[in-house]
Design a protein around this ligand. Structure first.
Ligand SMILES: O=C(O)CCC(=O)C(=O)O
Ligand SMILES: [Fe+2]
Length: 468
């Protein structure tokens, strides 16, 4: 059987003499024949151009301008990530994006949770408030969060993207799928919600694709108005077929964390209350936020904190009424919302700004698990050319402060064949049953990436005073 471009390895596709390259090129020319490419490209914003570049299946994107901090842990040092960076032939570079190392004070005793090598953190002079902690989570923690995401969290009472459209089993789609793997088990199809509604009640199907909604950023002042906005429930699709759990698994796209998010209006539905956050996730995020030396991220060299607070009106305006508050984050950081994103290799996340949180500057902690991805982050508009960063399993990104929390960002590419060895199999020290238990997760992650995106909606101590 000949392979399609997406099945061919990146190494084959980079070799102009290979059969895979020639085949992919023919297909590419056929599909782009009638396009005036130059005219189309001249309309793109720099962010859009970068998205297009990294999304391209042919020719496969050149990652030599993509920051890949896993390379710091290869060859020269102790080679901890050697095998990982060779996976799939995808490899970024060091030195292509300006970074500055800062101190990180993680408590000793965090060894099982946070990687042994978790003693490094980097900032980006171009985007103040952006912090990257490569291989922050230990292999054990990565596996634990993966199991939590699929098995424990993405099920009732947590809302997932599938809830609108399917009458899901109480145990969750993942656990139903695990059962169906037993030989001899007869898998039952999950029914669409629309099929059990009387026709007179069935709402019209939503229009395909996402609608573009640009709300003004949420703020303490706009909070009471937010509470009054009508939040109509999303409409179940009337055209989807019943599907077995094994097929629904690849359609799982997100699971809510904490305060419920209303996708139709891109606002939190505070009246709906608050869902599960996951204690392990919360603990990890708090440890990390406490560990970052924020003074080195935001403090201005040669200036005391006091000087900069009193003398810099511009900075105060950007930070909001209370001025800079990073020096209090160790005490005030309290995650209360977020999303677990599930990406299949074909999925992308378009450029966006997360502006629905009332806390507009407090850290957003973003954990990468499974296959690797290209992450883009730019500025306050799509006209700023974004920085490309290769994110691998266990890496943590923090977006904080006014510039970074309002920066456009997105994920244009999940990189095929990049599942690191420690997630492919547990290794020789694990028992047969442990290895067997892990197998379905490894199978899923071969074509998937999970991102745990943790946010703080309310300042600590803020009483939302919500009456239904
Ligand atoms: O998947 C990622 O790394 C980013 C996800 C993200 O930006 C979001 O959920 O808002
Ligand atoms: Fe985001």
């Amino acid at each position: 059987m000949t392979s399609t471009p997406s099945q061919s390895s990146i190494v084959e596709l980079q070799d102009p003499n290979s059969q895979a390259y020639r085949k992919a090129r023919r297909l590419h020319l056929k599909t782009t024949r009638n396009r005036d490419q130059a005219a189309i490209e001249s309309e793109w914003t720099p962010f859009r151009a970068a998205e297009k570049k990294f999304k391209a299946k042919f020719p496969p994107p050149d990652l030599s301008g993509v920051l890949d901090l896993a390379l710091l842990e290869c060859n020269g040092s102790d080679g901890l990530r050697d095998e990982e960076v060779q996976m799939g032939g995808w490899r970024g570079a060091l030195g292509c994006v300006e970074v500055r190392e800062i101190g990180l004070d993680l408590l000793t005793g965090d060894g099982t949770e946070l990687g042994k090598q978790t003693r490094r953190a980097f900032t980006f002079p171009e985007i103040p408030g952006l912090v990257l902690l490569p291989s922050c989570l230990s292999h054990t923690t990565q596996r634990s969060l993966i199991q939590w995401s699929l098995r424990d969290h993405a099920k009732y009472p947590t809302i997932t993207n599938l809830d609108t459209h399917y009458v899901l089993p109480r145990e969750g789609v993942w656990n139903a799928y695990l059962k169906s793997r037993d030989p001899g088990y007869d898998e039952e199809a999950v029914q669409p919600v629309a099929s059990i509604l009387p026709t007179s009640l069935a709402p019209p199907s939503p229009s395909p694709g996402r609608t573009l909604i640009t709300n003004p950023p949420a703020s303490p002042e706009s909070f009471s108005t937010l509470l009054k906005t009508p939040l109509p429930p999303p409409a179940p699709s009337s055209t989807i077929p019943p599907l077995p759990p094994s097929s629904l698994i690849s359609k799982l796209r997100w699971a809510n964390l904490g305060w419920f998010y209303h996708w139709g209006t891109k606002q939190y539905d505070f009246k709906a209350g608050k869902g599960e956050m996951g204690e392990e996730v919360k603990d990890i995020c708090k440890k990390i936020v406490r560990g970052v030396r924020w003074g080195e991220v935001f403090g201005r060299e040669g200036e005391s904190v006091l000087d900069s607070e009193e003398g810099n009106f511009e900075a105060q305006a950007e930070w909001g009424e209370g001025g800079e508050d990073w020096m209090d984050w160790s005490e005030t950081y309290e995650p209360d919302a977020g999303i677990v994103n599930f990406y299949q290799t074909k999925d992308t996340l378009m450029a966006h700004v997360d502006r629905s949180e009332i806390c507009a500057t407090s850290p957003l902690v973003s954990i990468s698990l499974g296959s690797a991805a290209v992450f883009l982050i730019g500025g306050l508009t799509r006209s700023t050319p974004p920085i490309p960063i290769l994110l691998r399993s266990g890496d943590v990104v923090i977006m904080s402060g006014p510039a970074c929390r309002r920066a456009y960002h997105g994920v244009p590419r999940i990189l095929e064949n990049t599942l690191p060895p420690h997630l492919v199999a547990l290794g020789p020290t694990a028992s047969d049953s442990e290895n067997q238990e892990w197998e379905p997760y490894a199978e899923y992650l071969r074509h998937a990436r999970i991102n745990v995106n943790v946010r703080q909606v309310f300042p600590k101590g803020f009483d939302p005073n919500i009456t239904k």
